[in-house]
Design a protein around this ligand. Structure first.
Ligand code: GDP
Length: 352
């Protein structure tokens, strides 16, 4: 019986699991679950499309599917990768992914870009990204789930990651391709957060939001090659100094800085060893299970908040009261707290 679940213990070699046999939780009418478990990439893609759908009947199906697959989740190494556009994220993920595949792993990459719209075309819609990795049948690459809000995108990303785990991907990467707001959301759904920086990108310490550095378990200074190498060394030293001033988020792991060159395929193996060491340290101490449990609880509350807020925004009584209240708050004629109370009162009254 596969028993792991959202916050279950970790076995990094999960990708080697023999697929094909469906666990006893799969009902015959839910063929898609068995197909996902069997590791079919097309089935996985279809499952992700299902969880992305906003149709109510699809949502119901998606929830059944996720519930059926839940026992088969939780065993992947969940990695978040972030960095400003141009630092070399896709080059790095390709080199990193191919390295992992060389070690017998299956790798899934989900991009997270709350600013993208399917119709507008996300950055990953550009097929030339990670071309070699995309060609491997051990890799699964998925563009950003569409969504109207960051919360919506985050939920779809989390669910897509679970589906990838159920399909036997031993390493699941959430890559932020949007600028700014997606980092915190991604950090809240992964075991380890990797921040990629590079020299020459206007990306020096002072230019990067301090909050993002605080999220990092590993800072990788990419493009540590050729003419850029001296500058990369300086940046690495700066970041190491900055990190040493931060209080680690867990006693089991001290964030470190490493240099790499995705282009020259240098430092890639070391980055993976570090990710494994991180996972080992956190799972041995129990911190990983605690982290995942906390993330699941936070996920639950963010869903509640999203749902309640959506209900409130759709409410006719609230909609009628809002323009006036917003205007008054904007003009300073009313305190925000009092206006908030008025909104909640309107909502409650509207619901009888
Ligand atoms: P992304 O926007 O963060 O995904 O960055 P890309 O992977 O698309 O890379 C942006 C540019 O940096 C491309 O021209 C890459 O060839 C280049 N690049 C990526 N990694 C390296 C590296 O390790 N060294 C050097 N010199 N260039 C790199």
């Amino acid at each position: 019986m596969l028993r792991a679940g959202l916050s279950g213990p970790l076995a990094i070699d999960y990708s080697e699991r023999v697929t094909g046999a469906a666990p006893d939780t799969v009902t015959p009418e839910n063929g898609l679950a068995s197909q996902v478990l069997a590791g079919g990439r097309r089935a996985l893609a279809r499952a992700i499309t299902l969880i992305e759908s906003e149709r109510a009947d699809h949502r119901e199906e998606a929830e059944t599917l996720l519930r059926d697959l839940l026992p088969a989740t939780g065993k992947a190494l969940r990695l978040g990768i972030s960095g400003a556009p141009g630092v070399g994220k896709s080059t790095f993920i390709e080199a990193f992914g191919l390295h992992l595949i060389g070690r017998g792993k299956k790798v899934a990459v989900i991009a997270v870009d709350p600013t993208s719209r399917r119709s507008g075309g996300s950055i990953l819609g550009d097929k030339t990204r990670m071309e070699k990795l995309a060609r491997s049948d051990q890799a699964f690459i998925r563009p950003s789930p569409a969504g109207r809000t960051l919360g919506g995108v985050a939920r779809r990303t989390r669910e897509a990651m679970l589906l990838c785990e159920a399909a036997g991907y031993g390493v699941v990467i959430a890559e932020t391709v949007g600028v700014g707001q997606s980092e915190t959301a991604v950090a809240a759904m992964v075991d380890m957060f990797l921040l990629l920086i590079a020299p020459g990108g206007g990306d020096e310490l002072q230019g990067i939001k301090r909050g993002i550095v605080e999220l990092a378990d590993l800072v990788l200074v990419n493009k540590s090659d050729g003419d850029l190498e001296p500058a990369a060394g300086r940046i690495a030293a700066e970041y190491a100094a900055a990190l040493s001033l931060l209080r680690p988020t867990t006693p089991d792991w001290r964030p470190t800085v490493q240099q790499c060159s995705a282009l020259m395929n240098r430092g890639i193996a070391r980055a993976w060893e570090t990710a494994e060491a991180h996972q080992r340290a956190l799972s041995e101490s129990g911190a990983l299970q605690e982290l995942r449990a906390r993330q699941s609880r936070e996920w639950m509350w963010s869903e509640v908040t999203e749902d309640v807020l959506a209900g409130l925004r759709d409410d006719a009584a609230v909609a009628a009261a809002l323009p006036d209240l917003e205007r008054k708050v904007g003009l300073g004629d009313m305190l925000p707290g009092a206006a908030a109370q008025a909104i909640v009162t309107a909502y409650r009254r509207g619901r009888g």
